[in-house]
Write a protein that binds this ligand. Structure first.
Ligand code: ZN
Length: 232
């Protein structure tokens, strides 16, 4: 379970609530808004290499998820990288988004987060797992996987609404509508699959599609819709 679409929605909502009236200069505020939404999505890109590992060693792949990309150190390093390039707003947004993503992950999806990776590799504490003694029923895990597509659909819908309201990305909107409708279709297909295949097979089908196709697509769409996010 990753639900990057859900994290993207949190990023957009956060912009709406917190950044609307910030006193930063216009350019920095625009950078901050975009960085915050992208930062909320980015940590789950670890699934792209890990899904390939999953085919060979599913246990190892699952234990490596929510480690290196979910670490506060990674968020800090990205901030520093952009700060040194004079893009403070973008760095700040990405860092805040990534930190929020990891904190949300602690509460949902029923697994731990290595907030201070790589300290855990040296036997030091730094991970938080509220769910260590709980494994959800397989059907819940499968249905949450199917909900990944629903979350993407809602995220794309929100982005499309923002673009339409501000009349940005008008040429891209018909394509965005196709991608959004595709998410509804995939939601229906994966809800059906959740009831007919075992979780192990469901995970291979779902994570394969989600990580290798949908995740890059969501990042592409977020970057494409940057003007709509910056202007919100
Ligand atoms: Zn995550």
């Amino acid at each position: 379970m990753a639900q990057s679409g859900f994290h993207g929605l949190i990023g957009l909502y956060g912009n709406q609530v917190f950044l609307q009236r910030s006193s930063l200069p216009e350019k920095e505020r625009r950078d901050l808004k975009f960085g915050f939404v992208l930062g909320n999505i980015l940590p789950d890109i670890d699934l792209i290499p890990l899904v390939l590992l999953y085919l060979f060693d599913s246990k190892l792949a699952m234990t490596m998820h929510r480690t290196f990309t979910h670490s506060f150190f990674a968020a800090g390093a990205i901030f520093l990288f952009f700060l040194l390039r004079n893009r403070r707003g973008l760095g700040l947004g990405l860092m805040a988004g990534m930190v929020l993503h990891s904190l949300v992950d602690i509460l949902v999806w029923f697994s731990g987060v290595e907030l201070l990776w790589p300290l855990n590799l040296f036997g030091l504490p730094g991970g938080v797992n509220l769910w260590a003694n709980y494994t959800p029923p397989e059907i819940i895990s499968s249905l949450l996987g199917a909900a990944d597509y629903l979350a993407y659909g809602l995220y794309f819908l929100y982005l499309g609404h923002l673009a339409l309201r501000q009349e940005t990305n008008m040429d891209f909107l018909p394509r965005l509508r196709v991608y959004t409708n595709l998410q509804w279709l995939l939601t229906a297909i994966f809800v059906a699959l959740a009831f007919v295949v075992k979780l192990s097979l469901f995970n291979i089908l779902h994570y394969g599609l989600f990580s290798l196709v949908m995740m890059p697509l969501a990042i592409f769409i977020t970057i494409k819709l940057r003007p709509a996010i910056e202007g919100m």
